[in-house]
Design a protein around this ligand. Structure first.
Ligand code: KG4
Ligand code: ZN
Length: 341
C-alpha cells in the first residue's frame, strides 16, 4: 500500500486557534479553540489575541494529533495560514509551523487564508457522498474581513471579480448588532433573532455600487437613523422590535449578496455557485442560496457549518493540494497581514 499524504494544518489569523489533520483529502480531526476574552471589548483586541494563541497552540495541536490517532512522525507536511490577518496572531501560527517543519524535517506549506475558505469545499468526510464543485465555479467569500466574488479556475488559479469597497458583510452584521446592543460577534445573534422576525418590517437604505462590487458602510447609518427615530418615540423600541430589526438587517445584507452573485453567474456564464467564510454560516443566506438551485437552475455548494468560520481543516486541505504540486516554502517565509488571492 502506498504511503498516505498526511497534512497538519494550522490557522491563527484572527481570534481562533485551530489545528487539523487531513489524510489524502479526508478529515481526521479539526480542533478550534475560540477566545472569549474579546467579548467584553466589542471586537478582537490584537494583543490579547496573539497572547491567547500562544497559550492555545500546543494543546490544540496535541489534541488534533490525538483525535486523528496519529503520531507527529506520521505527518508528511505542515501547512499554515500566511495571511491575510492580524500580524501578531499570524506570527504565532507561522513561528510554530516553521519550527515544527524544521524539527520534524518535513515540508512547510504557506496558505492564503481566503484561498483556504474556498478550498474548504474539497474537504472529504469518510462514509459521505462528498459533493464537490467542478472548476470553474464562482465562490462568494464572505467573512468578517472580506466580501468577494471569486472566479475559481483551479486550486491555484483564483481571480477576484468583485469585492467590497468599504465594510465586509460580516462587519456589517457585527456593527449592526453592536448598534442593537448585542455582544461581539453579533452576526450569529442577528441570525438567531432574525429567524423569528419579519424581514420586511424595516427598510434600510442601500448604497448602490456598480459592476460586481459591494458597499456596506451606508447600512450602519441607515440602521442608526431608524433606531434613533424609534427610540425617540418609544424607549423600549429596540427590545420590543429586536426580532424584526434583526430579520430586516439580515435581509438587507443578504439580498445584496444574492443579487450580485446572480449577476456574476450571468456575466461569466458559470452556473456552479459556492459560498465560503464565516458569514456562510448564516441560515437566511443558506436559504436564499438554495432558492437559486430550485428556482434558477444553479448548482449550489454550501460547506458544513464547522468549515464556514475560521478553522484549520481548510488550511490543511489547501496544504494537501499544494503538497501534491510540491509547492513548498522555506524558512525565510514571513506572515503577511495583507495578502491578495
Ligand atoms: O471567516 P470568519 O470566521 O473570520 C474572518 O476571517 O473574518 O468570519 C467571521 C464573521 C463575523 O463577522 C461573524 O459575525 C460572521 O462571520 N458570522 C455570521 C454568522 N456566523 C458567523 N454572520 C451572520 N450569521 C451567522 N450565522
Ligand atoms: Zn476567515
Amino acid at each position: 500500500m502506498s504511503k498516505k499524504n498526511i497534512i497538519l494544518g494550522i490557522e491563527s489569523s484572527c481570534d481562533d486557534t485551530s489545528a487539523a489533520v487531513i489524510s489524502d483529502g479526508y478529515i481526521l480531526s479539526n480542533i478550534v479553540a475560540g477566545q472569549k476574552v474579546h467579548e467584553k471589548y466589542g471586537g478582537v483586541v490584537p494583543e490579547l489575541a496573539s497572547r491567547a494563541h500562544q497559550q492555545n497552540i500546543i494543546p490544540v495541536v496535541d489534541t488534533a494529533l490525538k483525535e486523528a490517532g496519529i503520531q507527529k512522525e506520521d505527518l508528511s507536511a505542515i501547512a499554515f495560514t500566511q495571511g491575510p490577518g492580524l500580524l501578531g496572531s499570524l506570527l504565532v501560527g507561522s513561528s510554530f509551523s516553521k519550527s515544527f517543519a524544521l524539527g520534524m524535517n518535513i515540508p512547510l506549506i504557506a496558505v492564503n487564508h481566503m484561498q483556504g475558505h474556498i478550498m474548504a469545499h474539497f474537504i472529504k468526510q469518510k462514509g459521505e457522498e462528498n459533493k464537490q464543485p467542478i472548476f470553474p465555479f464562482l465562490c462568494l467569500t464572505v467573512s468578517g474581513g472580506h466580501t468577494q466574488i471569486v472566479l475559481v479556475k483551479s486550486a491555484e488559479d483564483m481571480t477576484v471579480i468583485g469585492e467590497t469597497l468599504d465594510d465586509a458583510a460580516g462587519e456589517a452584521f457585527d456593527k449592526s448588532a453592536k448598534i442593537l446592543g448585542l455582544p461581539y460577534p453579533g452576526g450569529p445573534l442577528i441570525d438567531k433573532y432574525g429567524e423569528k422576525g419579519d424581514k420586511l418590517k424595516f427598510i434600510f437604505g442601500r448604497h448602490k455600487v456598480g459592476e460586481l462590487n459591494f458597499s456596506y458602510s451606508g447600512i450602519k447609518t441607515s440602521i442608526l437613523r431608524v433606531i434613533e427615530k424609534g427610540v425617540a418615540e418609544n424607549p423600549n423600541f429596540i427590545t420590543e422590535n429586536q426580532n424584526d430589526l434583526c430579520a430586516s438587517i439580515q435581509h438587507t445584507i443578504v439580498d445584496i449578496l444574492i443579487k450580485k452573485i446572480m449577476k456574476a453567474s450571468k456575466e461569466f456564464g458559470v452556473n456552479e455557485v459556492a459560498i465560503a467564510g464565516g458569514v456562510s454560516a448564516n441560515s437566511y443566506l443558506r436559504e436564499r442560496l438554495l432558492e437559486l438551485e430550485s428556482n434558477y437552475n444553479k448548482q449550489v455548494f454550501i460547506p458544513k457549518f464547522e468549515y464556514c468560520t475560521d478553522n484549520a481543516a481548510m488550511i490543511a486541505i489547501s496544504g494537501y493540494y499544494k503538497f501534491l504540486k510540491g509547492d513548498f516554502s522555506d524558512q525565510s517565509v514571513t506572515p503577511k497581514s495583507r495578502f491578495a488571492l
